[in-house]
Ligand binder design. Structure first.
Ligand code: ATP
Length: 358
């Protein structure tokens, strides 16, 4: 549907996009995720035609967009600042893009009504746009984009100005909407949780390059570098040394955990650094209570810090012999006490849950 072929973009001397090659499939919810300044907005704008590229190509449906101006592309963009016109009604805002459309007023009114229904604003047409909440305004902006039936909807941090509760609600609504209309959505966000929740696939970007492009689960379970692992959620790292390889097993000496064998499928193929490391997510470790057995391996340690979240508790545990603690998340099941700082404990872990970076 959309293809980037070695896209390079310079702003003067600044190299903002450094050879982007990727494909976005028709009908998918695709996110560009990365820290501020990594080039995700610039990349999104090259799809819309708001940004020229320095070299390479952007194709939509196989057609090179080089000489196609923004208003001739099958795309529409929704911005963070939901630029709607406060002095117009909701219906006038939504129908704005149809003002030069030759269809009759009755037909256009019907389209406006349909679009409002899609975003859950049935009956709001006559309201003044300035009298809407942030979430409602964002819906109006969406309806205004959808009424033009674009093949691709481009979303530039559309939810970042909303309160957490409304943002989470809108995330779910956007996924539903996307499934319903079947349009390709491309979302820019710096919020990893948002990207994980909403996307079919995510491109993680750093400094003008795509570091990894994968579905949410692969990004979370099998990040291809420590940097990606660190950006998506919490990952613990322990220094490791690879001591042997045979067939599809690699043996590593891991600080705090000892010697272990990992399958090559658990080894990330990031560029080799001087030192290897193993990474694991907080929920793959478990604190063992008195009398509890480890499901696989266990290691002794001391609780350094306790952060209580109601439904779960984070424990920072210093494994014996380690200077820095690892973070462990535990679901708070009824009847389980929260352990105190300083408690000696045992940690259950499984070699199958970790990733070896080297
Ligand atoms: N018009 C411009 N002129 C010069 N430099 C620019 C221009 N637009 C963006 N840049 C620079 O290019 C880099 C990428 O910008 P871009 O807006 O794509 O980043 P981003 O990942 O979307 O970040 P943010 O989340 O902060 O918007 C930044 O360092 C930015 O300062």
């Amino acid at each position: 549907m959309i293809a980037f072929r070695d896209v390079q973009k310079y702003y003067g001397d600044y190299h903002a996009l450094r050879g982007i090659s990727a494909e976005i499939r028709a009908g998918e919810f695709f996110s560009l995720l990365g820290p501020s300044g990594c080039g995700k907005t610039t990349l999104l704008r090259t799809i819309a035609g708001f940004e020229d590229i320095s070299s390479g190509a952007v194709l939509i449906d196989g057609k090179d967009m080089a000489n196609v101006p923004a208003n001739k592309r099958p795309t529409n963009m929704v911005f963070q600042s939901y630029a709607i016109f406060p002095h117009l009604t909701v219906a006038q805002n939504v129908g704005f893009g149809l003002r030069r459309d030759p269809r009759s007023k009755a037909e256009k009114d019907k389209l406006v009504e349909e679009s409002l229904e899609m975003v859950g604003l049935t009956g709001y047409g006559a309201r003044a746009a300035h009298a809407l909440s942030g979430g409602q305004r964002q819906r109006v902006a969406l309806a205004r984009a959808l009424i033009l039936k674009p093949k691709v909807l481009l979303l530039d941090e559309p939810l970042s100005a909303l309160d957490r509760k409304i943002r989470e609600q809108m995330q779910v609504e956007l996924i539903k909407l996307q499934r319903e209309v079947g349009i390709t959505f491309v979302l820019v966000t710096h919020d990893q949780e948002e990207a994980l929740v909403m996307s079919d696939r995510i491109a993680v970007m750093f400094e003008g390059e795509i570091a990894q492009l994968a579905d949410p689960e692969t990004l979370y379970r099998r990040p291809n570098s420590r940097r990606v692992a660190d950006f998506i959620g919490v990952m613990n790292f322990l220094p490791a040394k690879v001591t042997g390889e045979s067939g599809d097993t690699i043996t590593a000496e891991v600080a705090g955990l000892g010697t272990l064998d990992v399958a090559t499928s658990q080894v990330s193929m990031a560029p080799a650094g001087d030192n290897a490391a193993v990474g694991f997510r907080p929920e793959t470790l478990t604190i063992l209570y008195e009398g509890q057995q480890a499901t696989d391996r266990e290691a002794p340690g001391t609780i350094d810090e306790v952060v209580y979240y109601g439904d779960m508790t984070y424990y920072d545990v210093r494994l014996d012999g380690m200077e820095k603690p690892v973070r462990i998340s535990m679901r708070n099941v009824f009847g389980r006490p929260v352990l105190d700082v300083g408690t000696r404990t045992r940690v259950s872990w499984s070699p199958g849950a970790l990733v070896l970076f080297r």
